[in-house]
Write a protein that binds this ligand. Sequence first.
Ligand SMILES: Nc1ncnc2c1ncn2[C@@H]1O[C@H](COP(=O)(O)OP(=O)(O)O)[C@@H](O)[C@H]1O
Ligand SMILES: [Mg+2]
Length: 317
Amino acid sequence: MAEPLVVIQNLSNAYRTRAYGAFGKETVKPVLDHITLEIGQGEIFGVVGESGCGKTSLGNSLLGLIEYEGTIIIDGLRQNPHGRLRRSKELSRKVQAVFQDPGSALNPAKPIGWLLEEPLKIHGIGTKQERLQKADAMLRLVGLDPGYKTRRIQELSGGQKQRVCIGCALMLEPKLLVADEAVSSLDVSVGAQILNLFLNLHQRLGLGMFFISHNLHVVYHICDRIAVMYQGQIVELGTAQAVYSQPAHPYTQALVEAASGQPPEDPRPEPPARGGCRFAGRCPRKSRCCTETEQELRNIAPPGEAPQEVRCGLFPA
Ligand SMILES: Nc1ncnc2c1ncn2[C@@H]1O[C@H](COP(=O)(O)OP(=O)(O)O)[C@@H](O)[C@H]1O
Ligand SMILES: [Mg+2]
């Protein structure tokens, strides 16, 4: 098998915060808890889970924006875990991002042609002429007329803005695009067009994608494999087909049953049960062992089939 595009091993992180600024007591809030996964070359890998479960923290770790413990290797290069300032230029070219709010991601004072050219300038790529040609080609690739070069981002609709953001992200020809809630702020029909654009770019460029959304239907529509996250852990990981049509973890089942594709509201988030399953407090199928024993991810797929890993005591070793 080819070398994976991304290897994440035992990735954990925590945020340190102080109430009352520098004088308050420091509290450490653990978020990601030993995340391990691989993304294949050109694969669309999805992450789904409710707000606050750690999806953005995972994406930002991949982007080298925040500190973490553990290992991230992207296209054979090991990333420095100490955050943004230590990131190599080589790695930043390989991984680019598209975020939820396309309006605020780009400088409103500059014409779109300038915005597209900027990443190439920063990396010292091409002559002026070549950069402009590439900007034109990129606008066409993301479904916009090259005439948009002279317009400014605030003159565009939400969907068009996101197309420009995607174009800017692709100018450096990354191998991986991290899309964090990239269609969540768009109307359903516009969001569907952007999803189709992602699929189209994936096919044409062989682009790998790390696609984050709180909406399971969206993730299912676009991804090859899906990881379901709950309170900083992966609770289920498998092909999109398996996770969507034969969800094994009770939390994934709740997601699939929610017609909206969004996680059911957490009535009152309970602190993680000590040593037990973090979902136990909300789980309709919990038994006593669930609150006592911490579970590992275990493959429950029949031999010879693509792995479907589940962290749940209903599937004992
Ligand atoms: N910069 C930060 N400082 C402190 N806590 C943070 C910070 N960013 C995120 N968190 C907390 O970490 C948890 C995970 O957040 P996040 O990764 O944004 O989740 P998601 O994207 O799934 O909504 C949340 O409880 C959030 O409040
Ligand atoms: Mg988020």
